[in-house]
Design a protein around this ligand. Sequence first.
Ligand SMILES: *[C@@H]1O[C@H](CO)[C@@H](O)[C@H](O)[C@H]1NC(C)=O
Ligand SMILES: *[C@@H]1O[C@H](CO)[C@@H](O)[C@H](O)[C@H]1NC(C)=O
Ligand SMILES: *[C@@H]1O[C@H](CO)[C@@H](O)[C@H](O)[C@H]1NC(C)=O
Ligand SMILES: *[C@@H]1O[C@H](CO)[C@@H](O)[C@H](O)[C@H]1NC(C)=O
Length: 425
Amino acid sequence: MQCSWKAVILLALASIAIQYTAIRTLTSKPFQLCPVPSPQNCGLLGGPETESPIEGRAGCDDYPYFSFNASRKTHIMVLATTRSGSSFVGQLLNQHADIFYLFEPLYHVQTTLIPRLSHSRNAADRRVMLGASRDLLRSLYGCDLYFLESYIKPAPANHTTDKLFRRGASRALCSLPVCDAFGPTDANVEEGDCVKKCAPLNMTLAADACREKRHVAIKVVRVPEIGDLRALVEDPRLNIKVIQLVRDPRGILSSRIETFRDTYRLWRIWRATGRRPYNLDLSQLTVVCEDFLGSVSTGLSHPHWLKGKYMLVRYEDLSRNPLLKTMEIYDFLGLPMDKSVEEWIQTNTRGSTELSAKHKYGTVRDSAANAESWRLKLSYDMVEYTQATCHKVLHQLGYKAVKSAEELKNMSLSLVQDKTFVPFS
Ligand SMILES: *[C@@H]1O[C@H](CO)[C@@H](O)[C@H](O)[C@H]1NC(C)=O
Ligand SMILES: *[C@@H]1O[C@H](CO)[C@@H](O)[C@H](O)[C@H]1NC(C)=O
Ligand SMILES: *[C@@H]1O[C@H](CO)[C@@H](O)[C@H](O)[C@H]1NC(C)=O
Ligand SMILES: *[C@@H]1O[C@H](CO)[C@@H](O)[C@H](O)[C@H]1NC(C)=O
């Protein structure tokens, strides 16, 4: 009697522990062992109350995620920073019929864990954010979209939400069977139309759609360096390929000043008055350069764990020659490029000036000639300051420094040097 009473509690506890561990195991450390309820508990494992632990155990041992044949699926990551052209690269993947694409899911991790700071410099915050980010990415690559729900505010009810960040940027989430507002002939649904016309997102359907696709691609701008992803890259259950997108930091700065008007207000004051505000947050620039430098140094030093898994792409090269660069990207991924990707490039880069004027992707406007348009927007002392702060990374990536205002504004002279970054294979 006493034994079975204890056993019931033990079983209840074990059941909770197993469920918790099952979640953790799927999402955190590779190959963490699932605790199995001890069979010493008065032999209760044969009894009727054991249904729940056995279910729990099945969830742990036989979860499809483990028997999943990783060699069949490619887990693509676009590692970038804001205003570096990552939306464009994301679209190059999003347009592919075999790829399930998510736009910056880590947004939800950040807003939940570090609500007030957009760029926390606190080391502890950064670690927490990174740990949670890796867990989430691992789950999402396994199409476990429910895991994302714990970061969405307000919490989704019945696995349904209308708060998924930039849902409309993901083609699979705006088309059948996830959204029935558009037919199969509505090829390119505008992001805003998707959000307006589709019913709230059913995460169950979204996860099904993810499993249906052969590959998963995720765009990430909230991971500072490639080194922070090592645990994921080395995870044998995943097959990660990282496309690191970089851009001239002077161009990033200029684009951010235009885009993030509040956060970069003091930089605008500097530009307008010619005087650097004493309370300017210089880390808004230095962090970009430090992260690039760290990441690119790691990537280009060809550590064994990145073999075949890392490609460096300069935004400027992509803007100059979108089709060729995209083919190189698909080559690196080992996937055939499909027609819809090519068509999307044709429509959204040069040769379609009328259409591009109203199009939302920065790169459309920025394409080719405009990749260096920042030179006409930043003052020479801002450029000089950026060059001094970022000289190592400018040199490493092949961006030429200017020595005078004349040189800066002379557009017949490109500041992007030819440089080839061969993927490490
Ligand atoms: C995984 O898939 C590949 C290619 O389809 C196949 O060659 C390999 O045997 C599979 N591995 C397992 C463990 O099923
Ligand atoms: C969730 O589903 C249940 C059962 O279908 C329903 O009673 C409940 O109202 C739903 N909750 C929300 C917030 O839609
Ligand atoms: C979401 O989709 C699943 C699968 O089709 C369905 O069973 C479920 O009822 C849907 N949820 C809601 C809230 O409509
Ligand atoms: C711009 O640069 C080109 C090439 O170096 C040079 O020939 C030209 O004189 C420069 N133009 C001006 C206005 O300085």
